[in-house]
Design a protein around this ligand. Structure first.
Ligand code: E4P
Length: 226
């Protein structure tokens, strides 16, 4: 169960090896996928791919619908959510998407409203009953907007009204984005595996470990001579 007041890291990938390795670090509590990420893995069996992720990760696993009309979205969402108890249905923001979210929230099906780029879209998602709204920070930065400032504004508005919908900082491109997401108060940052690995590294840590080993080896060599 995700706590409202705690920041979480999700992994933004459909690659099973990356998910296994990240899970073993003990820092990942969910996974987000999207059609592009699934297609990259070249597994023609979508259900099998999603179920494999769910068998590794206990927390929320977002799987996205492809339909654009309300009924199609509802059909896909109900099907996806029947696959495993931790599946969160990812629905792109649109009028039909919001209609579907409001129906699904009555059925206790969790939705991650995705492809959000504005406070209005996030607010509408929360009002319709989405459990999560995903703000694509990197794609906003790409076109010269401050994606993380928007995340901060949304978190502030949600806090002001005690809105329980969780804000996901998505489209994370580098470790500085994760730092900014934490400072902005995002409930979740969903990070690619490469960024997760970069977060571990620091040149002073690497140099420090080398120095400890060298110093110890010098002492050990001297002891062997004596
Ligand atoms: C989020 O859920 C999306 O899968 C993802 O963060 C998109 O990132 P991109 O802009 O790097 O494709």
């Amino acid at each position: 169960m995700i706590k409202w007041f705690q920041m979480h890291l999700f992994l933004d990938t459909a690659n099973i090896e990356e998910i296994r390795r990240a899970k073993s670090l003990g820092v990942i509590s969910g996974v987000t996928t999207n059609p592009s990420l699934i297609a990259r893995e070249d597994n023609p069996d979508y259900k099998a791919a999603v179920l494999e992720v769910c068998s590794i990760i206990d927390g929320p696993v977002s799987a996205e619908v492809l339909s654009l009309d309300r009924d199609g979205i509802l059909r896909e969402a109900r099907e996806l959510s029947s696959w495993a108890p931790n599946i969160v249905v990812k629905i792109p923001i649109s009028a039909s998407g919001l209609e579907a979210v409001s129906v699904l929230s009555q059925e206790n099906i969790k939705v991650n409203l995705t492809l959000c780029f504005s406070l209005n879209q996030a607010l509408l998602g929360a009002l319709a009953g989405a459990s999560y709204v995903s703000l694509f920070v990197g794609r906003l930065d790409d076109i010269g907007h401050d994606g993380m400032a928007l995340v901060g504004e949304i978190v502030e508005v949600f806090r002001h009204y005690d809105i329980k919908t969780q804000v996901i900082a998505a489209s994370i491109r580098h470790p500085l984005h994760t730092i900014a997401a934490a400072k902005a108060g995002a409930h979740i940052a969903t990070v690619p595996y490469r960024v997760l690995m970069q977060m571990i590294e620091h040149p002073l840590t690497t140099a420090g470990i080398e120095r400890f080993i060298e110093d110890w080896q010098r002492v050990a060599k001297r002891a062997a001579i004596i």
